[in-house]
Design a protein around this ligand. Structure first.
Ligand SMILES: Nc1ncnc2c1ncn2[C@@H]1O[C@H](COP(=O)(O)OP(=O)(O)OP(=O)(O)O)[C@@H](O)[C@H]1O
Length: 253
């Protein structure tokens, strides 16, 4: 099933924060949501999940809450973990939309938790107390919880921020594996180099509007980098896709 949003508009207070954004994501796609701070990426994702009131339509937000949690996992930007519980128990919470009881996991649920911990490279941490982990480790536990949901779709808000380079790449590879399995991923990113390398498609937002949507090489043009992000970058198209390294602030016109 495709994720389809049409003319999504979100007002926060009297401020229009997302303006008439339409977006379709098919199974097998890893779509990077990019744009400067305040562009409306988080607000758009929260609206499409049904967590914020909006006008327009969205296939996901229109589902009953119980089906939604079986269809889409949400990995928010905020990594706060409130309860000092073991990592494995925290990740098992990802199974609750499937009716799991945390104190008595079925074999199927336990397997899903193990797979998720392995994908997030957190299996060795499974007995640790989640609140005692480092920032990057907490981020990976929360990724594991979202993966344990084993949903057709994953929405992740800056999931690689604060991860070391190897875990950034590993996380993007997990998203690609999810896509290869026929799932879809919408991921907000600030690392344009990794977005170019690992996303099949990029959606660029600026001041609440979608201003570009397409292949990384068509979205991360020198013009868009200067106009939307205010940067100049080294960019080269290779057989493996676009390589991009931000270099300096663009000259003001
Ligand atoms: N309650 C509110 N009232 C008015 N404006 C708000 C409110 N909440 C958020 N905003 C504004 O909405 C805009 C979009 O915020 P959002 O968090 O969606 O941006 P973002 O693209 O995810 O940014 P970042 O990259 O910094 O995470 C920001 O300018 C923010 O200040």
């Amino acid at each position: 099933m495709a994720f389809v949003c049409r003319d999504v508009t979100v007002n926060l207070g009297s401020t229009p924060v997302v303006k008439s954004v339409s977006l379709t994501i098919a199974p097998g796609e890893v779509v990077g949501l990019i744009g400067p701070n305040g562009a409306g990426k988080t607000t758009l994702m929260r609206a499409t999940l049904g967590l914020l009131p909006f006008s327009g339509s969205c296939s996901l937000a229109e589902m009953p809450a119980t089906s939604r949690a079986r269809y889409a996992a949400w990995l928010p930007q905020d990594r706060e973990i409130a309860w000092p519980i073991p990592v494995e128990a925290l990740v098992a919470l990802g199974r609750t939309p499937h009716g799991a009881s945390i104190s008595r996991l079925t074999r199927q649920d336990a397997e899903a938790v193990r797979r998720a911990l392995e994908k997030a490279d957190m299996w060795a941490f499974r007995d640790r107390i989640a609140t005692q982990l480092s920032g990057g480790e907490k981020a990976r536990v929360l990724l594991a919880r979202a993966l344990a949901q084993e949903t057709p779709m994953l929405l992740a808000d800056e999931p690689i921020a604060g991860l070391d380079p190897a875990h950034q790449i590993a996380t993007m590879e997990v998203f690609n594996t999810q896509a290869a399995d026929g799932r879809s991923v919408l991921v907000a990113l600030h690392d344009l180099g990794l977005a170019a390398r690992f996303c099949s498609r990029l959606v660029l937002m600026q001041a609440g509007r979608k201003v570009a949507d397409g292949r990384p090489e068509d979205v991360l043009t020198a013009h868009n980098l200067a106009e939307v992000f205010g940067i100049d970058a080294y960019r080269v198209e290779t057989a493996d896709g676009l390589l991009l390294q931000p270099l300096k602030l663009a000259a003001k016109t």
